[in-house]
Design a protein around this ligand. Structure first.
Ligand SMILES: Cc1ncc(COP(=O)(O)O)c(C=O)c1O
Length: 399
């Protein structure tokens, strides 16, 4: 029993799916539990093959993978990087650490992804990267974003923390940008406690990425027998995780089908059972365009107002169910304001961040518990103040 557990139904519960503990003990008994040992190599090979990408490097977090992209793109003070305001702090922070200015773009009202129609007007001579975030593992409009990036020759870094194995028009998320970053934090689909990966789609960055990840040394080349000693050749840091974490992650990756099937079931159950209630009360459910295969990372509701969201959080809490909101607009954060952010800059973000609520979602959320969440929600009657009708310009799929 977890002493910290205060809810009958938590928001998230990390779970063991297969051989995690066995592989962790193997990693220790192998005698090589530091980075880049056997399980790290297995994870690299698995992801490179599954996504058909030139190089994957496990990192200690998605945050660190983003920081690596800022180093690889040689971001300098005064450079600008375009990021959605509706994202986790690490998305801009990785670039701000190198002295860049984050330029915040609003999100689409339907998918809550970077609004590609606002992108071009934000590009200046100083723009050095565009960082779309595939929110909830639903693909951004990569055709349009890719075309704009190509027109101005600006690299794309996909923040794919939510979207491993999701697809946009049949192509895996994480394969569009020069780089993509993944998270294996305990709240994600595939976990190892804390962890991440850098996907390198442009091979010209591979060698330097290996060096930056290994404290600025050419140790990776040394281990491959390409140099007879390793030395300090560049700036860098320690971005590689222990093989113990890679062992945990490899067991999760091996259980890919099982994990994704479970999560699809949880998502679909919410969608189908909450739809009539949502329609009655003007609550918006997630939008997944027909040409996107989502990763089944989370399930959210967009409630009519901040007050109604708080009332629903309290209503669920009274029944022992934890629901949580998500990102606050970054352009209105203390740091965002220092970069000039102000009310009205990103109206969709400002609106939806007040109204979005995430429901309990994890692999082993069983149908009995989920039925209880749904039943408790159905008993909640938000006053039908207004009907929220997001412009569903995209061809929406059922789920
Ligand atoms: C969009 C996004 N990017 C990056 C991160 C950071 O991931 P990590 O905790 O692996 O550093 C998160 C965390 O949830 C996230 O939601």
């Amino acid at each position: 029993m977890n002493p910290k557990r205060m809810y009958d139904i938590d928001f998230n519960r990390p779970t063991i799916v297969g051989k995690e503990l066995y592989y962790i003990s193997q990693a220790i008994h192998n005698g090589y539990s530091a980075g880049d040992a056997a399980f790290t190599k297995k994870c690299h090979a698995y992801l490179e093959q599954a996504l058909n990408v030139p190089r994957v490097l496990l990192t200690t977090s998605c945050t660190h993978a983003l920081e690596m992209t800022a180093l690889l793109l040689e971001i300098q003070p005064g450079d600008e990087v375009i990021v959605p305001s509706f994202t986790f702090v690490s998305t801009p922070n990785a670039f701000v650490l190198r002295g860049a200015k984050p330029v915040f773009v609003d999100v689409r009202p339907d998918t809550l992804n970077l609004d590609e129609t606002q992108l071009e007007r934000l590009i200046t001579e100083r723009t050095r990267a565009i960082v779309p975030v595939h929110y909830a593992g639903v693909g951004c409009e990569m055709d349009a974003i890719g075309a704009i990036a190509a027109k101005y020759n600006i690299p794309i870094v996909e923040d794919n923390a939510h979207g491993l194995f999701g697809k946009y028009k049949g192509r895996y998320l994480g394969t569009f940008g020069a780089f993509a970053t993944q998270s294996f934090h305990e709240t994600k689909n595939f976990i190892c406690g804390e962890g991440g990966a850098l996907i390198i789609n442009d091979p010209k960055y591979i060698e330097r990425a290996e060096i930056i990840r290994e404290k600025g040394t050419n140790r990776s080349r040394f281990f491959r027998g390409q140099v007879d000693k390793y030395t300090w050749v560049d700036i860098g840091s320690s971005y590689l995780p222990s093989d113990i974490l890679a062992a945990f992650l490899y067991a999760q990756l091996e259980a890919r089908e099982e994990i994704q099937t479970k999560r699809q079931r949880v998502w679909t159950y919410y969608y189908e059972h909450l739809r009539p209630w949502a329609e009655t009360y003007g609550v918006r459910l997630p939008v997944v365009p027909a040409y996107c295969e989502q990763s089944y990372h989370m399930f959210y509701l967009l409630l009519p107002s901040l007050e109604i969201r708080q009332a629903l959080i309290d209503h669920l809490k009274a029944q022992g169910i934890l629901s949580v909101f998500h990102y606050l607009p970054l352009h209105l954060s203390d740091i965002g304001r220092q970069f000039g952010g102000k009310e009205g800059d990103c109206p969709v973000t400002e609106d939806i961040s007040d109204r979005l609520l995430r429901l309990p979602f994890y692999n082993d959320l069983n149908e009995t518990d989920q039925a209880r969440v749904v039943e408790v929600i159905q008993k909640f009657e938000p006053k039908p103040l207004q009907v929220i009708s997001a412009p569903l310009s995209l061809n929406q799929r059922h789920y």
